[in-house]
Design a protein around this ligand. Structure first.
Ligand code: MN
Length: 394
């Protein structure tokens, strides 16, 4: 009997890649015994997970393999796209989902901050970590098809409908079918993952506008016959008609080949806010410009971690010095609350180049902000403290 059990365990371990997750768990279970009198439970109670222990999910959210689990329900899902085979310089963003989840372990999604005055959970959407999509690491065409299929699958799932009375419908008003659709926060992955995401969103919403935080344009023309890369995917998306011409970049500071790069960028629907504009116009003007540009259109937010200064986020593939601080991008994100967000991502986190997990922790904190930003009707009022309304920067 014991030998049979050992054999069974060996079999299960070897076959785990082919077993349904729940089948695997069931295979580990025997007849239940009363644990309440055992030394651990009788003295110390529940085997809780601490901030730095336990299985890895985003901020200790419940974790389900949503693609396999038709019973999974969520209003905002976290989804990993571990993909980095269309990068032009340093690879490694396939480890981004792992690094961002790892960086999120000390966060509590039920805990408010002074800046927000609320927490993601308090806003009422059911949050779930839907796991990672098993993408081809050797065939980009196949990987892009896998990403589109996975994203489309979850986008068409019924929503949970909220965990409290504070929950509000956010997408039914402009979805083509008039239905509420779940929203996904995707953990990249190199930036090309946005192309299959925009293809999926198009089927539900039609063309969307994009708010694109990045040091780079990512609209460089795709030459005929060339494969898509993390620097050309927006050009492809524009030519496929997936975006409105009311998109906007924030934080651009890359070296241009020529100024024709900007002319082309404009022709595919983007305006540019440069990194340096923060010094010349200030944060309130940047927020106002983005809000005016996208208006009430369905809007997708794509956040390349390289928009943040490499001093605050070194672990990325194409580093550009002189960027915004983590605090500055968090201030802009708060200011975008209330726009019609249909989804968001954070991409290009490549933890092999990290130092003390600084980039993974910053990325996780930015996702924490997404989860509140996507649920609020308007930006939060600034923390009051010793100040008055007249002190607020406009
Ligand atoms: Mn990018």
């Amino acid at each position: 009997m014991f030998a049979a059990l050992v054999l069974c365990v060996v079999f299960v371990n070897r076959a785990s890649a082919h077993l349904d997750f729940h089948e695997h768990q069931v295979a580990m279970m025997g007849e239940p015994i009363d644990v309440s009198t055992e030394p651990w439970t009788s003295q110390f109670g529940t085997q809780v997970d601490l901030g730095y222990t336990g299985p890895l999910s985003f901020s200790h959210l419940p974790y389900l393999r949503c693609l396999d689990d038709g019973a999974a329900r969520f209003d905002i899902g976290i989804l990993g796209f571990p993909f980095d085979t269309t990068t032009s310089f340093r690879p490694g963003a396939r480890f981004g989902p792992f690094a961002i989840r790892s960086g999120s372990r000390r966060q509590g999604l039920g805990r408010a901050t002074l800046a927000w005055g609320t927490s993601p959970e308090e806003q009422g959407a059911a949050l779930l970590d839907c796991g990672d999509v098993p993408l081809s690491a050797t065939d980009n065409v196949r990987a892009l098809a896998q990403m589109e299929a996975a994203y489309s699958t979850l986008l068409m799932r019924p929503v949970h409908g909220g965990t409290s009375a504070k929950y509000k419908s956010r997408t039914a008003a402009f979805a083509l079918d008039g239905q509420e659709h779940p929203r996904l926060v995707t953990l990249g992955g190199d930036h090309t993952i946005v192309l299959p995401i925009l293809r999926s969103l198009y089927k539900v919403y039609g063309p969307v506008s994009v708010i694109h935080f990045d040091a780079h344009l990512d609209t460089w023309p795709q030459a005929v016959g060339d494969a898509v890369t993390h620097g050309t995917f927006f050009d492809v998306a524009a030519h496929e008609g997936l975006m409105t011409n009311t998109s906007i970049h924030a934080g651009i500071r890359c070296h241009l080949n020529t100024f024709a790069d900007i002319e082309h960028d404009t022709s595919v629907g983007f305006q540019v806010i440069s990194t340096e504009d923060i010094d010349d116009y200030g944060l309130p003007a940047i927020i106002k410009s983005i809000r005016q540009r996208v208006g009430r259109s369905p809007v997708y937010l794509s956040f390349d971690i390289d928009v943040v200064d490499p001093g605050f986020a070194p672990a990325t593939g194409t580093v550009e010095p002189g960027g915004w601080t983590t605090r500055e991008v968090k201030r802009i994100l708060r200011g975008l609350s209330g726009l019609n967000f249909v989804g968001a991502d954070i991409v290009e986190v490549a933890p092999a180049y990290d130092s003390a997990d600084i980039t993974g922790i910053a990325a996780a904190d930015i996702v924490f902000d997404f989860l509140t930003m996507m649920q609020m009707d308007a930006p939060p009022a600034p923390h009051a403290g010793p100040f008055t309304e007249a002190d607020v920067l406009r």
